[in-house]
Write a protein that binds this ligand. Structure first.
Ligand SMILES: Nc1nc2c(ncn2[C@@H]2O[C@H](COP(=O)(O)OP(=O)(O)O)[C@@H](O)[C@H]2O)c(=O)[nH]1
Ligand SMILES: [Mg+2]
Length: 348
């Protein structure tokens, strides 16, 4: 009792959010059974002890707090009180323990100047910028997607000289900040893959001082991994806003459209988007709800579409013809969140 639910940090890179959910619930189940067992085993001792505890507590109260004015009389009352409540005590202990096991309590960390200093020294992070970390569990080779999204947000095509390197093998070794070419107070950080042998998930958040960023984008392809959940939970402790971004939606839509019969569907793209939304609702959205994460911050995008969209915005050309899912809304919400955050921080 009293011990708060702690974060389970020993996740492996192959562990999915579903695995973590099962693992945590099994642990909670076992803890609940343990609490029930302890309540049963200790019930006789608690029942016998409570009248004595009551008598002692009441009789040794400060003189000004005595109810009758006589310690002996108060002791008798305390003893009687103990007799009355003692049968209920084991139930009470059990209920409090259960509540503790199943309640996820998050106490936000207070703003820490030293932590920020550490991030500034280690990453050469300039806290006068809006710093956004682009992270995500690499999963298998096919699930790689982070640096491309970062390039998309910058409006850089893959092989542009200033773009972050992309490729089928892990190309990001150390965190690297990329200043936005238009919004020049915005710096997007390409982070190494979480949970790779080089960067095991446990110290990832702390190693890279993710708590010092202004926002974190957790990029995934088809499913959320346990380490993605860990990052989001830690971010919540540090009050850093998190955006969950399903990337490579163009590929997912293509696969869906290929399966549709020719001539039967009027707008294949719209139908594919609604099918993809359903898929995401069944998987990622469900995981986010299970772990109490803000499902409003779930976006489906394609890096390639994002790149072309940002280029058109930069060139002040019309984007009306583009088939966007959440590319525009992601940018809008990210910028709004960043602006609000700096405004709040400057008021502190
Ligand atoms: N079709 C498509 N391919 C993508 C998308 N995002 C990334 N890729 C491809 O995935 C591969 C690896 O991407 P990268 O960004 O380097 O992954 P990272 O290691 O997670 O940073 C590259 O070949 C990209 O072209 C996307 O939105 N659509
Ligand atoms: Mg990369």
């Amino acid at each position: 009792m009293g011990a708060q639910q702690s974060f389970i940090t020993s996740t492996s890179s192959t562990e999915t959010a579903n695995d973590l959910w099962r693992k945590e619930n099994t642990k909670k189940g076992l803890q609940a059974v343990g609490a029930l067992g302890a309540s049963i085993v200790f019930a006789p001792a608690v029942i016998l002890a409570l009248p004595f505890v009551g008598a002692y507590e009441f009789s040794t109260a400060l003189e000004s707090e005595l109810m009758t004015g006589y310690p002996i009389m108060d002791g008798v009352l305390g003893g009687l009180f103990g007799v009355i409540v003692s049968p209920l005590a084991p139930f009470y202990c059990f209920l409090v323990t259960i509540q503790d096991i199943f309640d996820m309590k998050y106490t936000p960390k207070a703003f820490d100047e030293q932590y920020l200093k550490k991030a500034e020294d280690m990453l050469r992070l300039d806290s006068s910028y809006y710093n956004v970390a682009v992270t995500g569990c690499p999963g298998t080779g096919k699930e790689k997607k982070k640096s491309s999204l970062l390039n998309g947000l910058l409006g850089y095509r893959a092989h542009y000289t200033k773009a972050a390197p992309v490729g089928e093998i892990e190309t990001t070794i150390e965190p690297k900040g990329y200043q936005h070419p238009v919004l020049n107070k915005l710096c997007l950080w390409d982070m190494p893959g979480i949970g790779t042998p080089r960067h095991p998930s446990k110290p990832f958040f702390e190693n890279y001082c993710l708590g010092a960023f202004d926002a974190i984008l957790i990029v995934f392809d088809e499913r959320l991994m346990a380490t993605d959940i860990e990052i989001a939970r830690r971010a919540r402790k540090y009050s850093v806003p998190v955006f969950f971004v399903k990337n490579k939606s163009d590929l997912s839509l293509e696969r869906k459209m290929e399966r549709m019969e020719e001539g039967k569907v009027k707008d294949k793209w719209a139908l594919a988007v609604s099918q993809l939304t359903m898929d995401i609702k069944d998987t990622v959205y469900k995981n986010m709800r299970q772990f109490g994460l803000d499902t409003n911050q779930l976006y489906m995008v394609s890096s390639h579409v994002m790149t072309e969209f940002v280029i058109l915005l930069r060139e002040r050309k019309s984007t009306g013809q583009m088939k966007l899912i959440h590319e525009k809304v992601l940018i809008t919400n990210l910028l709004d969140t960043l602006a609000n955050r700096k405004r709040c921080n400057s008021m502190k």
